[in-house]
Design a protein around this ligand. Sequence first.
Ligand code: DC
Length: 226
Amino acid sequence: MRPNGIVIAIDGPAGVGKSTVGKLVASRLGYRFISTGKMYRALAWKALETGLSLEDDGKLVALARSLAWAFPRSSGPEADVSLDGRVLALELSEERVSRASSAIAKLPGVRLFMKDMQRRAGLDGGVVMEGRDIGTNVFPDAELKVYLDASPEARARRRVGQLEAQGMPADYAEILDFIIKRDAQDSGRENNPLRRADDAHYLDSTAMPREKVVDAIVALFGASGK
Ligand code: DC
């Protein structure tokens, strides 16, 4: 038993709504929410800032080790990522940071560093952790695992909707192409590729409203009896 509750692992491809759904589930349960993608993004951002090669695993791990990582909670269930006392927010959603994070996520040393840090962050339970390899690699012992999926087209349409709602330009074909490339990179890599854990519940949200997905996960939590 973990002191604060169970670990809920949510994995799935980019743009499937893991963060939105995970935060809502965490709110309903009084749990913390941790996006592990933000940790990869934070290291990628720092590497770009310092001009480090995105292919040098050893130097990236040394950089990661030299930083003071913290995951403070400001408002709501989500943990922020803070590096050396600076909370990172908008920087992490930059396009160049998305690309760089996907590139460094291929490297075995970087992945091991992240796994150790992510395990420590979630070990006491009471946490919804979202990523690509949480149920398969970081918390194979998670008490509840969900694999959230949706077609690339549905994910691209949602992204266009989000961007338009923010008054930003959005090109459906370009976004769809980007999503398909990210999927290939995340699933095709050698180290801890995106895949469904054998004991993960599969939820296809292509034709499912967000609230229904949240209800389904909360119901699985209830049924898990933990
Ligand atoms: O979920 P995201 O888009 O914020 O993730 C950024 C990148 O990090 C993504 O390309 C895949 C990678 N990632 C990963 O390899 N493993 C995780 N657990 C989380 C993210």
